[in-house]
Design a protein. Structure first.
Length: 170
């Protein structure tokens, strides 16, 4: 007896769903949209390829973080904030201390200029650690922060790196 197994064709992966972070009953303009798996900011010259399966949340225009990506497996988050006409960070965060800060040409981001990287260690070890990438581009400061849940540091960093690697400046 010969068995012939036929498989169904694989559907294309769905585009990431954009989570509406506006207030109930209030219509706000969002900071950007996802088209064909790529986040396009409505006001600033950057785009970010969204890794498959990640949740995407956009803020109302004028609020930071403008974009938040969440890895469903680790719950690691990447937040992108933009500050017009300001110097690059890191900016103070409640509950943690930026205890490592260095500025050089790093490869984590596809960026030609200097990048400041920093690690924010939480005051309470049960809280998340923050890894920051800070750049200046066309007169604005970009804060790209990876928030890594406690107890999942290595997997969370790998998940955040997948998201950060997709950031491109135009």
């Amino acid at each position: 007896m010969t068995w012939l197994l036929l498989g169904c064709p694989h559907a294309a992966p769905p585009s990431p769903e954009l989570v509406d972070t506006t207030r109930a009953g209030v219509v706000d303009t969002l900071t950007g949209t996802v088209v064909a798996g790529v986040w396009e900011d409505a006001s600033y010259p950057y785009a970010l390829r969204v890794p498959e399966g990640y949740e995407v949340a956009a803020a109302p225009e004028g609020q930071n973080p403008r974009l938040t990506l969440v890895d469903p497996g680790t719950r690691a988050r990447v937040e992108v904030s933009v500050f017009a006409r300001e110097a690059r960070g890191p900016r103070s965060r409640r509950g943690c201390t930026w205890d490592f800060v260095d500025t050089a040409r790093y490869r984590q981001l596809a960026f030609d200029g200097e990048i400041t990287i920093a690690t924010c260690t939480p005051d309470d070890p049960l809280h998340a650690r923050v890894l920051g990438y800070f750049v200046e581009h066309r007169g604005s400061a970009y804060d790209i922060e990876a928030i890594l849940p406690p107890g999942n540091l290595l997997e969370g960093k790998a998940a955040a790196d997948r998201a950060v690697a997709g950031l491109r400046f135009r």
